[in-house]
Design a protein around this ligand. Structure first.
Ligand code: ADP
Length: 209
């Protein structure tokens, strides 16, 4: 987060004199309390300053990168997941390829007739199947998919960082976001490397870190 000169000055004043009232900070800068209000709000929201009623502002001692990390560690999968694209396990490999193109995704999740997760199809799984001379419309996807229980999953309440760690460890591009039910896993979302990249960019651009 880029701080303005005035915001830097405010931090310095609070560091040296805190706890200090908004009125007092304004006096030292020769400004009115009203002029200062947006800056104080930003610095408080960003976590640089804290304010206690009837005491005033004080410096939290946190650096920009500490605050960045603190915020990143709070992101949940639910805030960044995309919609899952599902195919039924008896669908042909040819149809799965069409679905992947039409839906513009890199990973499909495969479900059984009770809509429970049974497998994952990546671009490379489909490419590999296309390399042989078989008729793709006669090969059901359950033959070529990566299957349960070898599927790496996450849940809506998981931390985004933990999901990102799984993507790195398993060297995969996407995780199904699931709900555990009594008889299986229901797919409710899709978490990809793109979602995580978006979270990072959003965080870096957020002026109110
Ligand atoms: P690509 O193969 O197109 O590079 P991935 O790296 O995501 O895409 O997939 C690599 C392999 O891992 C594929 O065989 C795929 O079926 C499998 N895979 C992908 N996602 C998962 C997952 N969440 N759990 C288990 N296996 C997965």
């Amino acid at each position: 987060m880029e701080l303005s000169n005035r915001q830097e000055q405010i931090i310095q004043i609070v560091k040296d004199n805190g706890p200090i009232t908004g009125e007092n900070i304004a006096d030292r800068l020769d400004l009115t309390r009203a002029t200062l209000r947006p800056d104080l709000a930003i610095l408080t929201m960003a976590g640089f300053l804290d304010a206690r009623p009837r005491v005033g502002y004080f410096f939290t001692g946190k650096t920009g990168s500490e605050l960045f990390t603190e915020k990143l560690k709070k992101f949940k999968v639910s805030e960044y997941q995309s919609l899952p694209i599902l195919v039924e396990e008896n669908v042909s490999t040819y149809d799965a390829i069409c679905t992947m193109f039409l839906e513009d995704v890199g990973t499909l999740f495969v479900i059984d007739n009770k809509t429970h997760l049974v497998g994952v199809l990546s671009r490379k799984d489909l490419l590999r199947a296309s390399m042989g001379s078989q008729d793709l419309s006669s090969i059901p996807v359950h033959i070529i998919m990566t299957r349960m229980p070898n599927i790496t999953i996450c849940e809506e309440d998981d931390l985004l960082l933990d999901a990102a760690q799984k993507l790195i460890e398993k060297q995969i591009d996407a995780l199904p976001v699931v709900n555990r039910t009594e008889d299986g896993l229901e797919v409710i979302g899709r978490l990809t490397k793109t979602n995580i990249t978006k979270a990072l960019v959003e965080l870096a651009r957020d002026q109110h870190l």
